[in-house]
Design a protein around this ligand. Sequence first.
Ligand SMILES: *Cc1c(COP(=O)(O)O)cnc(C)c1O
Length: 414
Amino acid sequence: MTLLPSPKKIASFHPPLRTLMGPGPSEMHPRTIAALGQPVIGYLDPIFVGMMEELKDLLRYTYQTKNPLTFPVSGPGSVGMETCFVNLVERGDKVIVCRNGVFGGRMIENVERAGGVCVVVEDTWGEPVDPQKLADALKAHPDTKIVAFVHAETSTGAQSDAKTLIALAKQAGALSIVDAVTSLGGTPVLTDEWGADAIYSASQKCLSCTPGLSPVSFSEAAIARVKARKSKVQSWFMDLNLVMAYWGETQRTYHHTAPGNSLYALHEALLLLREEGLEHAWARHQRHHLAIKAGLEAMGLKFVVREGARLPQMNAVHVPEGIAEAEVRKRLLAEFNLEIGAGLGPLAGKIWRFGLMGYSCKAENVMLSLSALGSVLSDMGCAVEVGQAEAAAHQAYAAQHAAAAKAKAGKKPA
Ligand SMILES: *Cc1c(COP(=O)(O)O)cnc(C)c1O
């Protein structure tokens, strides 16, 4: 027996410390990082099972739902997406997908691969989904079984009106599949109030956890649809009927080996969110969004999405004329350890995306991003005055502090 030579020159891997201001992953809180390094225990250990139950409760709080079937799928957001489609779509089912960016396109792929008949409602990238177009499509296709859309389109930073879109689906007797990957934890996601039937997210965006988990939640109507299927779910791994034997209320049998340490981390990340309070987390995303917006605009940068439809946690701006887009990102990473996002699809090379997600959403990251970008842009010959953006961000913070102080004073008895 001759063994192949062993790989040489490999030492332990130690990543640099980066400031993550892209479209995810976001930074992790030290408590969440620490949770990852705890001992491995068995996936049927009663202590582990107790943690799983708490995790489901924390997820129900985060999703604002009472849905019993709320749990983290073992896999990234894309697996959560696919879990919704493979379970709810049967061969020949008509599905309306509203597409206004990259992730709507992936939904179309999912429908087609699950054997569904896809009707695409197109909107311009950077615009929210137009409810009127969905209403028209539902009228033209009264046999629609499912309506799917992305609540927070990470590729452009546009937020759609989930409540209205879900209500339209309901009126037409269709179920809804909602992508809340970038919205969960960053902006209101009100699963029960909206009446969403299937909703999925990811651990590494506004939840600030390690990548690789996808929290999902299903309504009673969605579960009834899965149970009434004429054919088996084509994916064994994602078949909810089988997964429930592990994550369900009553049974607890082996389905697959749960990624235990990642689940400890999600438990801690959601606990941090509960300690902060959902409303406070949403307000924090808005506060830092206003600051980074003021700074970016002070440098003359223009937002891709119009005011009123912008996601606070995803700030997409046009690259100034004549600036080498990728070169800027390369220098931000090399010189400032700062990661920001590039454009995808038709927006590649044309925009930058500044994420403000979860633990990455804080004043020091806003200030570093603005000063690093100002430094690199002015160095590359762009007409920006270094320091201008930070001053504008400071003013945005100061204005908010003043408003908060005034509101507080107004509440005090005279
Ligand atoms: C990131 C993202 C996904 C995919 O999540 P992964 O964890 O990368 O698989 C899906 N939808 C939206 C809107 C996203 O931003």
